[in-house]
Design a protein around this ligand. Structure first.
Ligand SMILES: Cc1cc2nc3c(=O)[nH]c(=O)nc-3n(C[C@H](O)[C@H](O)[C@H](O)COP(=O)(O)O)c2cc1C
Length: 354
């Protein structure tokens, strides 16, 4: 077992914390990890501002949102307007990371320090999140001064820290086709794409899906509008300032193999943390923890059919009862990757009967 690699792989962005403050000795270890990060030219051009006072954290949150509202980038402006959003996710400790402007590579050095802090926190089972939005409050020189950030420094990032309220969920699926090997003789290094090839399913596996709250809209009709439906629900979740927790899904209650296109019934939803009530077409519900058989499909959404059949065949062959409709969890964004790299996690809720 290699603990460092385990921690790298188990760290997740944590966006819900216990009220309880972390211990001073834990904070010290996290800060120490920060200053052991590599820096260009060994400049060590960073400064860390540690804040544990709720009122001050709220002041930065509110001030950052006021600035965000005025930004041209739509998603930032929308987040600024989201009343219930707390950019630090109500963490009891935050750290503001600033870089010396005239250093060789201050932004990169600060990023390396943040990365070290997140891993150090994870190694002590402390939740953490990288907060890019923190910098908006510190675009104003007076605010920099009020918080004791040295002159000639610029705030790049924030970090939120606190005890977790739940175990980390599994890591989001990583894009694997990002390596190329040149003149590498070793046979022991995994070549890219050995498992994830177009249309090829990975193994069918059984896994537990944690309890989660979802916002969803039920739809009927053609599947062609699914990308627009995803946008519609996603936009609502974002405008409400809810914390998206990563599950973007469609649940399909019947199949084009059985009914006409106009009679297809499905729902599209997003998982979130926070409080929300149903509004118009938007429903809110808690999906309880459950067991699924899952397989990953790579390729266009329209070609997921054989993977669905493969999971059903696996269930039958291995003594599982399928106890609900199929859910497809969309693991990457059609706006960001070509169709051939789209990843869909096909999940059937099951009970083991034999
Ligand atoms: C430069 C940078 C800025 C980020 N800013 C924010 C932020 O302001 N708020 C937030 O909740 N997460 C923020 N994140 C966290 C990412 O959303 C998160 O790392 C990503 O979704 C992957 O999830 P994971 O960290 O659980 O693997 C930021 C990450 C980076 C690297």
């Amino acid at each position: 077992m290699n603990q460092v690699l385990d921690i790298i792989k188990s760290r997740r962005s944590v966006r819900k914390y216990q009220d309880k403050q972390i211990k001073d000795e834990e904070l010290e270890k996290i800060l120490e990890a920060a200053i052991y990060a590599p820096t260009g030219h060994n400049d060590q051009p960073w400064h860390f501002t540690i804040i544990q006072n709720r009122d001050l954290i709220n002041q930065i949150n509110e001030g950052a949102k006021e600035v965000m509202k005025t930004m041209d980038v739509e998603w930032i402006a929308n987040m600024g307007k989201a009343e219930s959003l707390n950019i630090f996710h109500q963490a009891p400790t935050i750290i503001i990371v600033s870089g010396r402007k005239d250093a060789t590579t201050p932004l990169v050095d600060c990023a390396a320090a943040v990365s070290n802090m997140l891993l150090a926190a994870e190694s002590m089972d402390i939740g953490s999140c990288w907060i890019g939005l923190a910098k908006f409050y510190f675009l104003n020189g007076e605010n920099m001064e009020e918080f004791g950030i040295p002159e000639n420094y610029e705030v790049h990032f924030g970090v939120s820290l606190g005890y977790k309220v739940r175990k980390n969920p599994e890591a989001l699926l990583r894009h694997k086709n990002v390596f190329n090997y040149v003149d590498v003789p070793s046979q022991n290094i995994n070549k890219p794409n050995t498992k994830l090839q177009l249309g090829v399913i990975m193994d069918v596996i059984e896994k537990r899906i944690e309890e989660t709250k979802v916002a969803y809209i039920p739809y009927s009709g053609s599947y062609e509008l699914i990308p627009e439906h995803i946008q519609e629900v996603g936009q609502w979740v974002m405008e409400k300032g809810l914390e998206m927790t990563g599950r973007v899904y469609g649940t399909y209650f019947n199949s084009p193999e059985d009914v006409a296109e106009e009679d297809l019934q499905y729902e599209i939803g997003f998982s979130f943390a926070g409080d929300a009530v149903p509004e118009g077409k938007i429903g809110i519900k808690e999906v309880p923890e459950h067991t699924v058989l899952s397989a990953i499909h790579q390729g266009p959404y329209t070609e997921v059919g054989p993977v669905i059949h493969a999971v059903v065949d696996y269930a039958v062959a291995n003594g599982y009862d399928i106890v609900g409709p199929v859910t497809e969890v969309y693991l990457n964004d059609p706006a960001e990757v070509p169709e051939s790299e789209l990843l869909t996690d096909v999940q059937f809720p099951v009970m083991k009967i034999k």
